[in-house]
Design a binder for this molecule. Sequence first.
Ligand code: HEC
Ligand SMILES: [Cu+2]
Length: 415
Amino acid sequence: MRLATILSSAAHWSRAVLAVGAVSLLSACDYNFWRMDGHQSTIKVEGPVAKSQLDVFYVTCWVTLVIFILVGAVLAYASIKFKARTPEEEKAIPPEQGHGNPLIEIGLIGASVLALVVIAIPTLKGIWYTYDVPEDRKADTYEVTATGYQWWFKFDYPSEQIAGAGALTTANELVIPAGRPVRVNLRTIDVIHSFWIPKLAGKVDMIPNRANHLWFQADQPGYYWGQCAEFCGDSHAVMRFRVIALGPKDFNDWLTQQTSPARDVAPPRVATKDAPKVQFASLRTFKQNETGHTAKYDTSPLDAWKAQQFPEKGENAALIAQGKALFKEKACLSCHEVRGHGYAGISGPTLTHFGSRSTLAGALLENNTEQLHRWIHNPESVKPGNKMAKGYIDNNIKLTNEDEVALVAYLQSLK
Ligand code: HEC
Ligand SMILES: [Cu+2]
């Protein structure tokens, strides 16, 4: 009887061990899994705010681990020591149930309070620290405003005013100075969103009619992954953004580029009778919902982003001019701004320097020819429920492959 029990529980355990082993083996190939690192790791942090939050996490883990080991040990001791071993013991009447030992009970309450205090001190310190930029660093703070839209982020730079156009605005990619505190005012245009850059700072909600804020700092130049962390509708899971932290010179160069109007590629002076060459006509059939993301953003994302800042070689000026005209004809301008080209829509992301961004559609896709074409061709199949797809239907926007190719060339020229 007892042997059977032991055997069956042994079988049970071996199965569990096998399952755990299989899972570990499967993930063994993933180097980042073991380093607990990844684009959105909260363990491998890269700034003081995320670091202070990680510290609280570790304190809580250690305290609870100690409690777990102590309670587990007492439980194991009691189960083994007081186990009924003979048939007589099994039938024995349980000992009289007392009320307990006052000294032990008070001791346990005291120990629990102590454990809570140990957790509370760093927690409270962390809450104060992460709430706002410390006084001595305030003067060095860079301020931006992030606004959540279903399902993308808009970023405003109140300190960079452009004559006649208000504050500098961009979308989906927040470029910041590295090594300086950044204070982000959090706003939303519609529902509740939540702003989260796991490696740099914990999440804070963007709530209608409520002026929340957070601060963080990226210690080194880098390229960081962000995510909306509050369910906000159909495409919530793919409402992402990127943070690009740059050194002082790069940051200044970026500001200079962004505050200037959209790049204008002059059409060729000699009008050609031939229609512009269609470069990738075969790309009309796209695979559904397959995230377009090349390895260069895993291996050296900041370099890949920097490379994106320069105009591509061998641009087709005639095609770009055609795309520029189509942008108006096809009513893209009703939602999108291209500052300097006379397009001033506001309900969609600004496209003034769209070509210099490394991602598109709420940082869902990499901004390359294939993915951009795929997006413009059928936004709904890429990002279910998005407002641009609805705009295509409402405005009866129909694009031929040639239109799409020209629009892609135009958008890519906007560095
Ligand atoms: C009804 C408004 C509307 C119209 C019309 C519209 N768009 Fe959009 N567009 C949007 C919205 C909203 C987004 C953001 C979608 C998202 O990521 O959820 C967007 C995203 C984009 C993006 C990606 C921008 C980024 O940084 O993520 C591009 C490129 C773009 N649109 C191009 C176009 C072109 C080209 C046309 C015309 C053929 C067009 N749009 C027509 C609303 C519109
Ligand atoms: Cu959201």
